[in-house]
Design a protein around this ligand. Structure first.
Ligand SMILES: *Cc1c(COP(=O)(O)O)cnc(C)c1O
Length: 391
């Protein structure tokens, strides 16, 4: 049996999304910037996709800029807000310790350019406190960027409240909503969001495409210079197949959201029930306000990499946290940020499921994970030492 349980890293493309892409390769292959009929037809598809994506987050189509993905949207959002701030003599940015590296590394780069960055605590429940945001804002603050839902532990942040605070203080508010869009309701008006990043491949659309939403009046800084595409804010011939695929996937996800949430939450709860009693294990972050499909656990005395390799042998594709840090032996910055001790953070496992998973697959996970954990512990000197110390 093969079980794909790594949907926070990327998802399988949906049939509807794929079918929306195919004609863009074979028939509608015009360049939207061309003046001839084929080009103008492509332009129509492009603007239609823009309007549909905008509608999905209750934005105006003029606020949607297509990018190469979530990372590019994050980079562009942060640089734009920072440089707008600098023009007004403001150089302070507020974010949190458990953001995606597309945010954290961009902030590092901006620090080298003279910006000051405050990274807020996220506490053991994995949630940023709006009060902390309020207290951190100074008259130099030009941007607050807090993710809508965390990619490793799945906790959802109080975005509406944080947005309201930023608005009342006249500070721009960006949210990396890559894990949230298509999974939970996201409304830029209701949630007081000025800028937002999304990515097609996290909601059963194609890879290499995303969008940046920026409210009217925000002056974007180009990350890619060149032609006049995307109202001169993102050069390069538009990836029309991917853009159409993303629009179709997002509409489908939102149309089915209620039933998907119920189905996936049930499977997730079953997984929690089946795994929570493994000795010396913990669930990371609160499960209260949470993405339906993500579960992050730690198992003491063993390494996440070992768990993953053995699960892979048993047909289960999972992750030890972020796909971006796998390959490095550092424990997850997210788990450290929520106060998990370093030695325990090493033994982390993220299972992220979707509506394509079945109950049978969840049963396979529930029987296999405890076997793998106890097998690895039998060979672990760390575990042996822990057990000796307990005697
Ligand atoms: C996946 C992800 C990104 C990066 O998106 P790409 O489209 O892969 O560049 C950014 N932020 C979060 C929270 C993510 O989960």
């Amino acid at each position: 049996m093969f079980v794909y349980a790594d949907n926070a890293a990327t998802t399988k493309i949906s049939e509807k999304s794929l079918n929306a892409m195919l004609p863009m390769f074979t028939e509608e292959y015009g360049n939207p910037s061309s003046l001839h009929t084929v080009g103008q037809k492509a332009k129509e598809y492009l603007e239609d996709a823009r309007a549909r994506v905008a509608k999905c987050i209750n934005a105006s189509p003029n606020g949607i800029y297509f990018t190469s993905g979530g990372s590019e949207a994050d980079n562009q959002a942060l640089r734009s807000a920072a440089y707008m701030g600098r023009c007004k003599g403001k150089n302070h940015i507020i974010s949190s310790k458990f953001e995606h590296h597309a945010i954290l590394h961009t902030l590092n780069a901006l620090e080298k350019e003279g910006f000051e960055v405050t990274l807020l605590e996220v506490y053991s429940d994995g949630v940023v406190k709006p009060k902390d945001v309020e207290n951190a804002i100074t008259d130099k603050t030009c941007l607050v960027t807090i993710m809508t839902a965390n990619n490793e532990i799945g906790t959802i942040q109080p975005i509406k409240e944080i947005g309201a605070i930023c608005r009342s203080k006249g500070v721009l508010f960006h949210t990396d909503a890559v894990q949230a869009v298509g999974h939970i309701p996201v409304d830029v008006e209701e949630m007081n969001i000025d800028m937002l990043s999304m990515s097609g491949h996290k909601f059963h659309g194609p890879k290499g495409v995303g969008a940046l939403y920026a409210r009217k009046g925000i002056l974007l800084t180009n990350i890619i210079e060149g032609g006049a595409q995307e109202r001169r804010k993102r050069a390069g011939t538009e990836n029309l197949p991917a853009i159409c695929g993303m629009a179709a996937a997002l509409e489908e996800a939102i149309e089915n959201m209620e039933q998907t949430t119920e189905y996936v939450t049930n499977l997730r709860n079953k997984m929690v029930e089946g795994l929570k009693d493994i000795p010396k294990s913990r669930i990371n972050g609160t499960m209260e306000n949470h993405l339906p499909g993500t579960l992050n656990m730690c198992f003491e005395g063993i390494e996440g990499e070992g768990i993953l390799l053995w699960l892979d042998q048993k047909g289960i594709a999972a992750s030890s946290g972020s796909a971006c840090t796998s390959g490095s032996l550092d424990p997850s910055h997210v788990l450290l940020a929520i106060g998990v001790p370093v030695e325990i953070a090493h033994g982390s496992l993220r299972l992220s499921i979707s509506e394509y998973n079945t109950e049978e697959e969840i049963n396979h996970i529930i029987t296999t994970v405890p076997q793998v954990v106890s097998y690895l512990r039998k060979m672990s000197p760390v575990w042996e030492k822990m057990m000796k110390e307990e005697e």
